[in-house]
Design a protein around this ligand. Structure first.
Ligand code: ATP
Ligand code: MG
Length: 194
């Protein structure tokens, strides 16, 4: 199964972003983008790809440990960015050092569970909103509209393992695109025992 570890913004925080994204949908050129579906919005920590089911028990133990080692920390959705012409995303602000550590721990957990992990570029936290259908789509109007977005902060308290069901062409998927497999609590507020 195709798996990744993620932080899921709470529904109220997703709704705030949703209001802005509703405006983006009405901008000229919006139909040149493939918009991600809202119940699936997530911040990827570590992408594992296809994982042998036999590795799951070990992966669970290691992810639980990664979560337990990480104090909960504040985060908020903030601004926007893009990966070249491939993806438009909302950014985050807050305790980005702790977020990066959590991403590194999730990556190490997967590696130690026996999952061959890609070498990756510097971790860039993002919530993918849309992917251009064609190269020539101009992302600037969308980036401008998102630039001043500031979400309300929340306390990240959980590391979530998510299963990704790739769309089967021609078949309308009955299962959700992304399914929560399991979540593990972070250690609790820093400075206090979890
Ligand atoms: P689709 O591939 O159908 O466009 P998707 O990219 O959202 O949709 P997945 O490819 O299963 O679905 O990826 C799940 C999550 O992991 C997404 O947030 C995606 O951006 C991220 N991801 C996918 N591949 C990688 C990778 N090689 N490195 C880092 N993150 C990745
Ligand atoms: Mg993908």
């Amino acid at each position: 199964m195709r798996l990744f570890a993620a932080v899921l913004p709470p529904p109220a925080r997703q709704d705030e972003l949703g209001l802005v994204v509703d405006r983006l949908h009405r901008l000229p050129g919006a139909d040149g983008l493939r918009w991600t579906s809202r119940p699936g919005w997530h911040l990827t920590l570590a992408f594992m790809g296809e994982v042998d089911e036999e590795l799951l028990p070990e992966l669970r133990v290691r992810l639980a440990r990664a979560a337990h080692r990480t104090p909960s920390f504040p985060l908020r959705l903030h601004g926007a960015g893009h990966f070249g012409r491939r993806a438009l995303w909302a950014g985050v602000a807050g305790d980005l050092d702790e977020l990066r550590l959590l991403a590194e721990r999730a990556d190490a957990a997967a590696r130690r569970a026996g999952i061959p992990m890609e070498e990756h570029r510097r971790y860039q936290a993002h919530l993918t909103l849309a992917r251009p259908r064609r190269e020539e789509v101009d992302l600037h109007p969308f980036l401008d509209e998102l630039a001043t977005f500031e979400g309300t902060r929340w306390e990240v308290g959980e590391l979530v393992l998510v299963r990704s069901n790739l769309p089967v062409s021609g078949v309308r998927g009955e299962q959700p695109r992304y399914e929560r497999v399991e979540g593990w609590p972070l250690a609790g507020p820093a400075g206090r025992p979890g």
